[in-house]
Design a protein around this ligand. Structure first.
Ligand SMILES: Nc1ncnc2c1ncn2[C@@H]1O[C@H](COP(=O)(O)OP(=O)(O)O)[C@@H](O)[C@H]1O
Ligand SMILES: [Mg+2]
Length: 279
């Protein structure tokens, strides 16, 4: 949309500048963006100025050898690093064009917009039902038990777990198998209607069958959510993601369409990594 066309409509405010229009168009095309993101643990830098755009309704895979900053990066996207006392963040992280580190941001609300699923399934020591009901309850999203029941049912259905556990909602979440627990954690994440879901190696503790179920699920979820996933599995990154970013020593060396990054890497270190020569 050109600025001129936009300004000739009767509803456009008179003082709309070209850069406002450009920013508006960009916001609709980019869900999250980091600009010159630096993260330190004490004096030690873990990220050295990372720029990345994360597109809506796409799966973005973060790959790279251990210790290169993937977890640090993904945690910075919903301020999970805040809880690490030695950790300091510089640069910016934008969600719909707004900096999530700005003073006055409500971090609890932010984490309901940007959910997270961890490497090891970590259900609360509560029933299956309560694991999923907890978020919507504390965020005041429901006014009655029926509404809460509906959200629990919807979330478990979308996480592909309802049919397996609908007759034992009162059982402890921890009584489920590893793969089921991870799907429960995904149900818990989506129960608060997030916009972005961050997953840090969500399948690394799972067997191949449970992994395949989670991969199918991620594929379905991207129609509704923006997904960022850290994975050590090159096959998983290729199967699942639309975009791939290759991290090395706290920097993104290369990023772009997944197929391009894997089939025609521009950097030698990316080539070595995706071909399994380092890592
Ligand atoms: N809580 C922490 N305290 C201090 N250093 C950390 C912490 N978490 C990560 N690091 C360091 O930051 C660097 C990046 O780690 P991390 O983000 O976990 O990498 P990756 O997920 O790619 O393996 C490593 O050098 C690691 O030792
Ligand atoms: Mg990690």
């Amino acid at each position: 949309m050109s600025a001129v066309a936009f300004q000739t409509t009767t509803q456009a405010p008179d003082d709309l500048t070209d850069s406002d229009v450009a920013a508006g168009v960009k916001t609709s095309l980019v869900k999250m963006e980091t600009k010159d993101l630096k993260v330190f643990y004490g004096e030690k830098p873990a990220l050295q100025g990372v720029d990345l755009e994360i597109l809506p309704n796409r799966v973005t895979a973060l790959i790279g050898p251990s210790g290169c900053g993937k977890s640090t990066y993904i945690r910075s996207l919903n301020r999970m690093n805040d809880i690490i006392t030695t950790c300091r963040v510089e640069g910016s992280v934008l969600l719909d064009g707004e900096d999530i580190y700005e003073a006055g941001q409500d971090v609890v609300r932010l984490r309901s917009r940007i959910g997270m699923v961890f490497q090891k399934p970590n259900p609360f020591p509560k029933s299956i039902y309560d694991n999923v009901a907890y978020g919507p309850s504390i965020h005041g999203m429901v006014s009655c038990k029926e509404e809460l029941d509906q959200i629990v049912r919807d979330s478990l259905t979308r996480a592909g777990l309802w049919d397996e556990i609908s007759d034992r909602l009162d059982a402890p979440g921890t009584s489920l198998s590893g793969g089921q627990q991870q799907r429960l954690c995904i149900a818990r994440a989506i129960s608060v209607k997030p916009e972005v879901i961050l997953m840090d190696e969500p399948c690394s503790a799972l067997d191949p069958i449970a992994t395949a179920r989670i991969e199918d699920l991620i594929f379905e979820l991207k129609a509704q959510y923006t997904i960022v996933i850290v994975t050590h599995s090159m096959q998983q990154a290729r199967r699942l993601s639309d975009k791939t970013a290759y991290f090395l020593l706290g920097n993104i060396i290369e990023h772009g369409d997944t197929q391009r990054v894997f089939e025609d890497p521009q950097h030698e270190s990316t080539r070595d990594y995706v071909m399994g020569r380092i890592g």
